[in-house]
Design a protein around this ligand. Structure first.
Ligand code: PMP
Length: 393
């Protein structure tokens, strides 16, 4: 039988493979340990409950918060919805004036579209601040947008398309000084950068299992319990799980896998980040040195070690849409998958539609080797040079 060789995986910002040890930790909770963690009258339930509570502790340790501040969800999309709508649907403290919210143009759609929904459905007032040319959101831009009725600020810790890291501690501490709540989408940074919800003064934090070699369909919303106490209105009704904030039987295997993946990410974070930085640097210089039309998107230094995004001036916009032979990378970060509209992030950093479309994102991760990087450089250069000749002809 002929087996086709699969392309090398360069899409770790989209998702990651489950870590084998996380899979092993999950396995019993699909089979013999199948109890409902809410069934506290027998040992099946106790065992499931203990496993969930262990995962809650593992994640709390990573965020430097209390286990009771961890709420399990289905992923970062749900966590972002719960954080934003959980506050937007609450009655204002300033009599009946509609609350005001601040977020940035470069957030994930699961933040931007939720704010749009809050605006049209609940009359929330929303200000979108512009990033700088590297996609970074400054405290100054937030300060310019603030109003007396600002209730919440949402700024992601690191961008999923271009990898730029935002000054989260600076924004969080200032928000705290103004008694404004601060939410950060940490789907891309959790497990890769150190996060400390006290030092960073974060009140609400979203994260996702499948970005850190954990399972898909599980995530967390951290909700601060004191200083200040954040009160959310739940999006779902019908159960008392997760203090009624997120009712429904818990996804026990998923939660166990997320806990295990968190512990693994934390223990190897420093060494893995240093290893990836070397690979990232090699990839960036390898492409930029050979292709004058190439530019790196995102911040030159304040960026995730797992992300490289290039745009190519003067190239046909569609050459990457078909993918690069042998490389599983994302041209879909340039165009939201399934649509032809250019990325809102690349537009926000000033790219034309054409340049935004002539963009590729490579996500680096646990299984990426130096040889993979060398091959990626060769393939990208070859593709661009070939396309350059076609454009001239
Ligand atoms: N926020 C960011 C920054 C992301 O990268 C993603 C995943 N693409 C999400 C939110 C959504 O996460 P999930 O897939 O867990 O819903």
């Amino acid at each position: 039988m002929k087996t086709t060789k699969r392309p090398i995986y360069f899409d770790y910002n989209a998702t990651t493979p489950l870590h084998p040890l996380a899979f092993e930790a999950m396995r019993p909770y699909f089979t013999e340990e199948f109890g409902n963690p809410a069934s506290l009258s027998h040992s099946y339930g106790w065992s499931a409950n203990m496993a969930v509570e262990k995962a809650r502790e593992q994640i709390a340790l990573a965020l430097h918060c209390q286990p009771k501040e961890i709420y399990f969800t289905s992923g970062a999309t749900e966590s972002n919805n719960l954080a934003i709508l959980g506050l937007a649907t609450r009655r204002g403290d300033q009599n009946d004036s509609a609350p005001h919210f601040i977020t940035s143009q470069v957030e994930h759609k699961s933040v931007l579209e939720v704010y749009r929904f809050a605006q049209t459905r609940f009359g929330a007032e929303v200000t979108l601040v512009d990033p700088d040319r590297f996609g970074q959101v400054s405290l100054k831009s937030i300060q310019r947008a603030v109003k007396p009725n600002t209730r919440l600020i949402s700024v992601m810790m690191a961008n999923n398309e271009i990898g730029t890291i935002n000054p989260i501690a600076e924004i969080g501490q200032w928000a705290k000084s103004q008694n404004i709540l601060f939410h950060s989408d940490c789907a891309q940074s959790f497990g890769k950068l150190p996060i400390h919800v006290e030092d960073m003064a974060i009140d609400l934090l979203s994260l996702s299992g499948h970005k850190i070699y954990g399972p898909k369909g599980v995530g967390v919303l951290f909700v601060r319990s004191k200083n200040p106490t954040v009160e959310l209105l739940p999006l779902l009704s019908g159960g008392t799980q997760e203090h009624g904030i997120r009712p429904g039987t818990l996804n026990v295997p998923g939660i166990v896998g997320l806990g295990a993946a968190t512990e693994l990410a934390l223990s190897g974070m420093g060494a893995e980040s240093e290893r990836l930085k070397v690979l990232q640097k090699h990839l960036i210089s390898g492409v930029l040195n050979q292709l004058p039309e190439a530019s790196l998107n995102g911040h030159p230094t304040e960026r995730l070690a797992t992300n490289v995004s290039f745009s190519f001036r003067g190239l046909s916009a569609d050459i990457f849409a078909l993918g690069l032979n042998g490389l599983a990378l994302s041209a879909g970060s340039a165009c939201a998958s399934g649509t032809s509209s250019p990325s809102h992030v690349l537009k926000a950093i000033g790219h034309s539609d054409q340049l935004a479309r002539a963009t590729v994102r490579l996500g680096l991760g646990r299984l990426t080797t130096f040889a993979d990087i060398e091959l990626a450089i060769d393939k990208i250069v070859e593709m661009v040079v070939k396309n350059r000749q076609i454009s001239i002809a």
